[in-house]
Write a protein that binds this ligand. Structure first.
Ligand code: ZN
Length: 298
């Protein structure tokens, strides 16, 4: 399995000299299965660069695009993804539906005439939609499992497995706290119920989902100090990301969805703090921060 990061930033693109190393594009991760089959996680602004790279190869593209959720930072790059304008290409978009809004509507809405000059039904590529709940579906020869995580409205985490290798992608997820959950009004009730029915730590369902993964890409938007003022916003601080990686027994943790206010120096500082914490607590996994252009292979 191979992974390349095209967008690592949360919430809004943050271009500029202070974010060149870790990147300013919003989430997009390219995954290549053993025979080079393409699976993409999220269509943030980073997908524009991936699209250009695919166009440069000059081959027709058949790929799956798994969307975590339709907040802007995870879909805003889609209308600028050139391969969808080319006939002969085929994309299957995977994601959840909610409150009577179909997956197709979620993608089409941002291309409505009011917001964008080209509408979804004008794209030349074949676009299929595959709504999922919590289930495992087949993508090429791999299994793709989805789970609802803790994020306003809803968001999915994904686990991609093939030939004993696995990748878990959880772009947006907040530590679930039973007390806080009582006051939350912005998370899908069904999702809250799934967490509440877990005995003990409700985050156990996330730990179990990520169990033994080779690579875990996990939301690390905040420092613990910053998190205090952002409870209920749907994002994690690095101590929680480390806990998920440890409890799940993953081999490698990739810090992801960097906060819009964190420049490269701040992300460096977070990585150093994580490494110190890993040493102190005797955790046994590797840890690094997602950076635009970073490639991993295992
Ligand atoms: Zn996000």
């Amino acid at each position: 399995m191979r992974v390349k990061f095209w967008g690592t930033r949360g919430s809004i693109p943050t271009p500029g000299k202070d974010t060149v190393r870790y990147g300013g594009n919003t989430p997009c991760v390219e995954v290549r299965l053993p025979h080079d089959e393409l699976v993409i996680f999220d269509a943030g602004s980073g997908i524009r660069g991936l699209g250009d790279a695919l166009m440069a190869r000059g081959e027709s593209v058949k790929a799956y695009l798994a969307i975590s959720h339709p907040h802007w930072d995870h879909i805003q790059g889609f209308p600028f993804f050139k391969p969808v304008f080319i006939s002969g290409n085929e994309f299957t978009i995977i994601g959840a539906e909610s409150r009577g809004v179909t997956l197709r509507q979620m993608i089409a809405s941002q291309m409505d005439k009011a917001y964008f000059p080209v509408q979804l039904n004008e794209l030349k590529a074949k676009i299929n939609f595959r709504p999922v709940k919590e289930e495992t579906i087949r993508v090429f020869n791999a299994g793709l499992t989805s789970i609802f995580v803790n994020h306003p409205a809803f968001a999915l985490g994904y686990r991609l497995s093939i030939a004993g290798r696995s990748l878990v992608y959880i772009s947006d997820n907040e530590p679930f706290d039973r007390e806080v959950a009582r006051s939350l009004r912005n998370v899908d009730k069904g999702v809250v119920a799934r967490f509440l029915e877990v005995r003990g730590d409700p985050n156990q369902r996330i730990f179990d989902f990520a169990r033994g993964a080779d690579v875990l890409i996990h939301d690390t938007t905040y420092t613990p100090e910053e998190y205090v003022n952002h409870v209920g916003w749907g994002h994690s601080h690095y101590l929680f990301s480390l806990k998920v990686a440890d409890e799940a027994g993953v081999k490698q943790l990739v810090l992801f969805h960097h906060d819009q206010t964190h420049d490269d120096g701040k992300v460096d500082e977070i990585v150093q703090k994580c490494k110190k914490e890993i040493k102190t607590r005797g955790y046994r996994f590797e840890c690094l921060a997602a950076a635009e252009g970073l490639e991993l292979e295992w």
